[in-house]
Ligand binder design. Structure first.
Ligand code: G3P
Ligand code: CA
Length: 253
């Protein structure tokens, strides 16, 4: 894979990664949030995907529908037809009433022909067949180049590699590995995306990863003071709920 690391130097600013779309100002993981992230100039749009009981990949962060829709229950236990009637916007604001739970296919259609990359988080666990379905949605649309699949779930990464060797992968980590470069190389990922709280404790791993051609895009940072620290550390991307603010901040600093 071609590295996605940023050039080193004073003019290099971290890529803006819109977390769950522009989730600071719109309901996370909806088409409204993704469209808003695209318009604000984010280079990456991060989303979360789970499969319904009938195997349709849908956008949802939690395993359950309760927090972000007017429905309830575990997504993996209900059919996509039930989910298609739900409202995923009103919980955030009445301005977004009627926003549906998007299918993963809807998101690829929205992003087709546009420059940003989709950072597709598979929450897992997913069966091998569910992963095949997800990756087929990308292949059928010929959008493999526009997607990076990331997961905390190691089996999801190994199965995805097996299903489609050309799909770029990223490893999410809530704790730092003793040797992040060795682990990233073992998984064959283009990016190693750690919790910012943990990365802060050992920032020297950023240079190690970047020298190995592995990008570093920590999550989830909304405070401009932290953006400044991250830029000075030379990370490749910053995952944020406020991509519009970060685009503006990058332009001013
Ligand atoms: O992209 C990383 C970040 O989204 C992981 O945490 O819980 O927001 O999916 P979470
Ligand atoms: Ca996520």
């Amino acid at each position: 894979d071609e590295p996605i690391t940023r050039p080193i130097g004073p003019d290099s600013v971290p890529a803006v990664v819109a977390h769950r779309g522009y989730s600071g100002v719109s309901p996370e993981n909806t088409l409204a949030a993704i469209e808003s992230a695209l318009r604000t100039g984010a280079e990456y749009v991060e989303i979360d995907v789970h499969s319904s009981a009938d195997g349709v990949p849908l956008l949802l962060h939690d395993a359950t529908l309760d927090r972000t829709t007017d429905g309830s229950g575990v997504l993996a236990e209900v059919d996509s037809e039930y989910v298609s009637g739900l409202d995923a916007g009103s919980w955030f604001s009445s301005a977004f009433e009627g926003q549906p739970v998007p299918t993963f296919a809807d998101v690829l259609d929205l992003m087709r022909g546009r420059a940003p990359t989709l950072l597709l988080e598979i929450k897992g666990p997913e069966t091998y067949d569910e992963l095949v379905t997800i990756i087929d949605v990308i292949r059928e649309r010929d959008q493999l180049d526009q997607v990076i699949l990331q997961s905390f779930d190691e089996q999801v990464l190994r199965d995805s590699r097996d299903i489609e060797p050309e799909l770029r992968l990223a490893l999410l980590r809530s704790t730092l590995d003793a040797d992040p470069v060795a682990v990233a190389e073992d998984f064959g990922v283009v990016a190693y995306n750690p919790s910012w709280a943990r990365l802060q404790e050992r920032p020297e791993v950023i240079a190690d990863l970047r020298e190995a051609g592995i990008a570093v895009m920590p999550y989830t940072i909304n405070d401009p003071h932290q953006w400044e620290i991250l830029r000075d550390l030379g990370v490749d991307g910053v995952i944020t709920d406020h991509p519009g603010r970060l685009v503006g901040w990058n332009a001013r600093h």
